[in-house]
Design a protein around this ligand. Sequence first.
Ligand SMILES: *[C@@H]1O[C@H](CO)[C@@H](O)[C@H](O)[C@H]1NC(C)=O
Length: 142
Amino acid sequence: MNNYIVFLLVIAMCSWSSEAWIKENCPINRIMITNQLGGGQVLGYKCSNWLSQNWRGGLSTLNQNRTWEFADVTNRRERTRYECDLWFGARKEFHFDELEIYRAAANPRCNQIRQWAARPDGIWFRRDHDKPLGLVRPWKKR
Ligand SMILES: *[C@@H]1O[C@H](CO)[C@@H](O)[C@H](O)[C@H]1NC(C)=O
């Protein structure tokens, strides 16, 4: 019985200290969308997160970025998530709707970088700056 209580105490202390450690040493995550369309094309965006915060705007110059920085929230009721509508073209004819640009995993992650680059052939993606961008999918056309 006593051993069992000591065991529970040790478990409780370990989980408390690992949580405290994560909070203190968890650099924030960063996601970015980048206009790499070229030719003076403006990338339009309308993004929102799991807290129903909204951002709307346009990236008008080549390599212009829009960045969000945040700490992961993952618990039973909520989970960090960002999604974007993206478009370009005179009639916004090239577009993505509700593209999920970030979703937290079951456990909070730190120091994550996600870059989404809009190019003429579609949306390109990479996880870190030292990895190459890869084509994820072509634009939808209306
Ligand atoms: C956008 O972000 C990328 C990657 O961090 C950087 O290389 C680039 O210089 C940024 N663009 C501008 C216009 O600051």
